[in-house]
Design a protein around this ligand. Sequence first.
Ligand SMILES: CC(C)(COP(=O)(O)OP(=O)(O)OC[C@H]1O[C@@H](n2cnc3c(N)ncnc32)[C@H](O)[C@@H]1OP(=O)(O)O)[C@@H](O)C(=O)NCCC(=O)NCCS
Length: 222
Amino acid sequence: MKLIHRLRNSRLRAVARRHSFRAMSDRAAEFAARSVLFCLPGGEAVAVRPIRPDDAGRLQQHFRGLSEQSRHNRFLGAVNELTPREIARLARMDQPGELALVASAADGSGDALVAEAVHVIAPGSMRCEFALSVTDTWQRLGLGALLLRLIECRARLLGARYLFGDVLATNTAMKCLARRRGFLLRTPVTDARLIEIVKDLALPQTGAPCDERFAQLRPIAA
Ligand SMILES: CC(C)(COP(=O)(O)OP(=O)(O)OC[C@H]1O[C@@H](n2cnc3c(N)ncnc32)[C@H](O)[C@@H]1OP(=O)(O)O)[C@@H](O)C(=O)NCCC(=O)NCCS
């Protein structure tokens, strides 16, 4: 199981630690602290922002609230919940080249997370790995596509050449979403249960241009 799924890959953690944390400019910090509101194709409003360390509890609730199937797909195997340490790590993705985004329903009824998306660019690498999940009742509303587009923008602006993810071969939803977003599907030799979805970011971009401030997003200090 890979870092982005369980954060247990010590190699990536070790290289990430060697990078010093760059200070945010005031403008970037202000942008990061603000939730950006999006309207999904059906009219539902969601607020997207970088994760904060104090999101740990909400994030665990989000993972617990996923159906068994969705959790299985998100973590590439049977997982009930993450350990407090894993959750804390996800809620504090504070190294250059890595970020977790969270989306909450922007209806004034509280701050329940309805989706999360994580990406990591290993230092010195051209490859950006990502994973995401959307609460079951919010699936099929365009939220996964939105978060994938935001992650793609980040990866492009940070200079990654390839955006990739490991997906269970049985995960029809993610495979369809990936195809829709221009990813190629490859069968890796290492694990027959998985396929790798890869997008070459050097190919011309389709859709709206990326907001350059996405490159400056950092996790928000609690
Ligand atoms: C995969 C996942 C993120 C998709 O999120 P989502 O918000 O439901 O996706 P969207 O609504 O943006 O769907 C965009 C397109 O993807 C495809 N798609 C999404 N879900 C699908 C499904 N269940 N079956 C077939 N196609 C699907 C469709 O083409 C869809 O467009 P359409 O609704 O106009 O037909 C979501 O199902 C999920 O969280 N699954 C559990 C975790 C997971 O599998 N993560 C991926 C591995 S890390």
